[in-house]
Design a protein around this ligand. Structure first.
Ligand code: BGC
Length: 697
């Protein structure tokens, strides 16, 4: 245990300022990296294994001898290292509605990150995805603040708890997913009241769970870049939420203040603005070093401000044991170990969502010859999504796919073999190319088969950071392929392997069944195949709504009540598939929904009325019926995933506090107003799936 104040006093100005800088390893030469380590820089990002250990050795033998903090984007597993486990993406795992499982995933990732000698992951993403044009929807836990908060807290507890713990980072603070036009890193036109009502709760929950770092978003709120927003960083986050970890900027946010946001004239200006606003560690901002030293020397900034930021970084380093043991590292055997691989498969299974089924599924033996069509079925890159060694190759890493994994096609072959069916594959078309020459071949194959499994979706060229889409449908070639397959009049089961919801009304209309698990990671394909063949009874639910058309957005379920028209002139205003939706091969009935206002407890009985055992995600929503500001038509306040055997009933009890029924009023205070409330229980956010009862507080 180190005396941090004493340590701070012993440091020179240069050593202190160096602690506030994070360097991108991949962008500089080995010699430059060594020089930064010698200066005692606070952190490096994106450096693995031996190289990290080499730099650590230099840092701990130079100047103030403070260990380096190594950060990495281990977003759905430690996937920039190709030897690691690739879990389903955040959006995919959110379909499981299972915090315990997600906590286990955090734990497994921590061990794999730590096995590389690293200490910190830039995860979880707690942005809300309410505009599917945005390229980063797949990195989120979906559209709902409560779900994002619960799953975020779970993954943080996984990262930061137990052996080989690593530091979590709640990002991107704040409103980043709500940027106007669905544009990545753009302005978000919301009020601070709305920030506190809608976007802050997941971050508040993360901090309650002990999250030790928060990343400032690229974007701006009503014209003020988050990097420059003292109210956001100091008043709301550090003072209001009592956040005692450190704030790291996003990549080059200091520079963006000059080049893109035009708030600062030069590097000194930008460095001053960033520090004064409450950022502690400047990601990929080497220019901050000289600028800040000269600012302090010339009296342009008080050294105490530098000290405050340094203390926050040192405290986290101390808390995670780095100052005592800079080489603390988990066993390398953790990388893609059997236990983690099985966990990745379990999460993929729990996250498969059946969106439509006219009765064709599960596939029976009568469909002897099955045609699988589509690039998404046979390309592991489509299944992985963003933030893997494919999308973010580190230097010196070759990028051929690394086993083990199971694509959809491989999964279908495995299951079909068990059932005694034959499988033929045709790509039909590439996702991105306009070459239609494969369509005819696919149609010929379809004519000879009994059932078509149509795999479709997007890939990371069509969705990722800076890759927003104005038209969020399937690509032209995929639509043409689908239309041609429909002409054969064979039964079609469509499988969406995609980073995020796409607008697929035609797929819904003309398919007999539709399934997705977004980007299901290493074993996403096998999980989907098991659902197809009934080896797995699906239990995933949507953490995000699917609009029918991009113009129908926003399609999220927890909207304010509208008036005048209840639909567009040219289409309904309801989404194609709403938040919380997901079918099963069992069926569930809800009864006896009772709320006791004295104890604030809700009881509801759920019965499996089907013939198969199954799992159901029981969801509880509420509505404030009269309030001082308008409140959403419903808001999720609890959920629980339960297993029910065929015919079994369970009565569940949920306990609430008055704060669960609160709102943020016009004065930006969180209050619970008295009056009448409606509480709802059911299997999705759709009114038709909910039992309702009223109470008065
Ligand atoms: C992204 C962050 C990421 C960082 C470091 C940025 O471009 O917005 O989410 O953690 O890069 O790779």
């Amino acid at each position: 245990m180190k005396d941090l104040k004493k340590l701070l006093q012993s440091m020179t100005l240069e050593q202190k300022v160096a602690q506030l800088v994070q360097i991108t390893y991949a962008h500089i030469s080995k010699e430059e990296a060594e020089e930064w380590a010698r200066r005692g820089v606070g952190s490096f990002l994106h450096v693995l294994g031996d190289e990290a250990r080499h730099l650590q050795k230099i840092a701990t033998q130079s100047g103030a001898k403070i260990p380096l903090l190594f950060g990495i984007d281990a977003i759905h597993g430690h996937c920039l290292n190709k030897r690691a486990t690739v879990f389903p993406t955040q959006l995919s795992m959110a379909c499981s509605f299972d915090p315990e499982l997600i906590k286990k995933m955090g734990r497994a990732t921590a061990r794999e990150v730590s096995a590389d000698g690293l200490h910190w992951t830039f995860s979880p993403v707690l942005c809300l995805a309410r505009d599917i044009r945005w390229g980063r929807v797949g990195e989120t836990f979906g559209e709902d603040p409560f779900l994002a908060g619960e799953l975020g807290a779970a993954i943080i507890e996984g990262y930061q708890g137990g052996d080989a713990s690593i530091i979590a980072c709640a990002k991107h603070y704040i409103g980043y997913g709500e940027a106007t036009g669905g544009r990545d890193s753009y302005d978000t036109s919301v009020t601070y009241r709305k920030i506190k009502e809608v976007f802050l709760p997941p971050f508040a929950r993360a901090i309650e769970a002990g999250c030790a770092s928060v990343m400032t978003a690229y974007g701006s709120i009503d014209g003020t870049p988050c990097t420059a927003d003292k109210k956001l960083l100091c008043e709301i986050l550090k003072d209001g939420l009592k956040f005692d970890g450190f704030v790291v900027t996003d990549w080059q946010n200091v520079g963006h203040l000059i080049r893109d946001q035009h708030l600062a004239k030069n590097e000194k200006d930008a460095s001053l603005i960033s520090l004064e606003a409450g950022n502690d560690l400047m990601m990929n901002a080497p220019e901050f070093y000289e600028s800040m030293i000269s600012l302090v020397k010339s009296g342009g900034v008080q050294e105490s401000l530098v000290d405050e930021a340094v203390m926050r970084i040192l405290s986290v380093k101390e808390h995670f044991g780095l100052l005592d043991d800079p080489y603390k590292q988990a066993n390398e055997d953790y990388l893609a170990c059997e236990e983690h691989l099985r966990l990745a498969e379990e999460i993929a299974e729990e996250s498969a969502v059946l969106l439509k089924n006219d009765g064709i599924l599960p596939i029976e033996r009568k469909y002897k010859n099955i045609l699988v069509v589509g690039q998404s079925a046979d390309d592991i890159r489509c299944q992985y999504g963003d933030w893997t060694y494919f999308s973010h190759p580190l230097p010196d890493y070759e990028q051929p796919p690394h086993r083990p994994y199971c694509t959809l096609l491989e999964g279908v072959r495995e299951s079909a073999e068990r059932l005694g069916c034959n499988v033929v594959y045709e790509k039909g078309c590439e996702i991105e190319s306009n070459d239609e020459s494969g369509i005819e071949v696919a149609v010929k194959a379809a004519e000879k088969c009994d059932l078509i499994v149509f795999a479709c979706g997007d890939n990371i060229h069509l969705a990722a950071e800076g890759r927003d889409r104005a038209d969020v449908t399937l690509t032209k070639a995929q639509n043409q392929l689908f239309a041609a397959l429909c002409q054969t009049n064979k039964p079609i089961v469509s499988i969406l392997v995609a980073t995020k919801p796409l607008c697929i009304p035609e797929i819904d209309r003309s398919s007999n069944a539709v399934i997705t698990n977004f980007n299901g990671g290493m074993f996403g394909g096998r999980a989907l195949a098991k659902v197809l063949f009934g080896e797995l009874n699906p239990s995933g639910k949507l953490p995000i709504s699917f609009p029918r058309h991009v113009g129908q957005q926003p399609a999220y379920y927890n909207q304010l009540p509208g008036w005048h028209a209840s639909s567009y002139v040219d289409m309904p205003n309801k989404p194609l598939y709403p938040f919380g939706k997901g079918l099963s091969y069992a069926s569930f009935a809800y009864s006896d929904c009772r709320f006791d206002v004295q104890t604030l407890k809700l009881k509801v009985t759920v019965t499996n009325t089907g013939v198969r055992d199954g799992k159901e995600v029981v969801q509880i929503y509420f509505r404030d019926l009269v309030s001082s500001v308008m409140t959403p038509v419903k808001r999720l306040i609890a959920f629980r995933k339960i297993a029910l055997s065929a015919g079994e009933s369970k009565t569940l009890e949920f306990e609430f506090t008055r704060k669960d029924f609160s709102l943020v009023n016009a004065q930006e205070e969180r209050v619970t107003e008295t009056g009448e409330f409606e509480i709802m229980a059911g299997g999705s956010s759709d009114d038709g799936d909910l039992l309702k009862t009223n109470f008065v507080l």
